[in-house]
Design a binder for this molecule. Sequence first.
Ligand code: SF4
Length: 349
Amino acid sequence: MNDSVKRAAELVRSYDGRQLRVMEVCGTHTHENFRLGIRGMLPDRIRLISGPGCPVCVTPVGYIDQAMFLARERGCTVCTFGDLIRVPGTDGSLATARAEGAKVQMVYSPIDAEDYAGTHPDEQVVFLSVGFETTTPASCIAVRKARERGMTNFSLLTANKTMDNAYRALKGSADAFLYPGHVSTMTGTAIYRELLAEGVSGVVAGFTAPELVCALAVIVKMSEKGEPFFVNCYPRVVTDEGSPSARRIVSETMEPADSEWRGLGVIEGSGLKLRDEFSDFDARIKYDVPQIQGRANPGCRCGDVLQGKINPSDCPLFGRVCTPEHPVGACMVSSEGACSAFFKYDSSR
Ligand code: SF4
């Protein structure tokens, strides 16, 4: 640890000002703050709270139900990242559907799903396109590639989300946001400057121990001034302009739409759907998928966890009924979920 990081750590450790609530927007930050021992070194007056930055966690139950409808009722092959397979829908999970004989295929990227469709022309393949600014460009590339190849057996069930309006929906939930490093590589920092003008404070943080400690020290130092602030504490990776080429491919393929977030409800303009010229690749249109109002387990408090209202360990099901082996809610399934982080690292549970 070099001297400046030591000083930053000391500044954080010795903080005794007003209570600070810092929202870890990104699930990876939650896990790294635990894993690297940073959470353990914080004084009581700095409270880390989890936010909505895990794509699997914020995907609503109704979306899982739609995926199961495609697998069960339409006979589609549903391709998805592994975590989504175990997220409970209203009536079981995709793992349940697979055990019943439905075709559910785990993939590592949308391009893998498009490749799968190319090598299985007799199957109707639907990729579950979830995620934020980091993963959406790959879904767009997959669709464009499928169109170039003249494929008619590949489509997306979209639930892609953008973070800007989610930050606005969460205004007041925290004193400062720990903005996500990965998403920021795509968006750049303009959005944070807009939020700053609206009175929202935050810092972009990296993922190493020195980067996280320094980001927290900046929050401590800037908060003392009592003014809203924004600092990019991850400049080695995050630039002001982000990735214009990734944003362009997204804007040429998808357009903004209202989107439902688990726990936060429908947030205007916080999602993306395929543009009309790509409607042949929109699974909702292609397979006439109904709107489904999903029902989560009534005991699950994922919604409150995702808004930073409670810690996972405050959920009555945590660690007793709900564990990584038998997850009741999405936040315990996902490797980025706050409940799984608390289960893995919080020895006080
Ligand atoms: S511990 Fe389980 S049931 Fe409770 S909020 Fe987390 S995922 Fe839901």
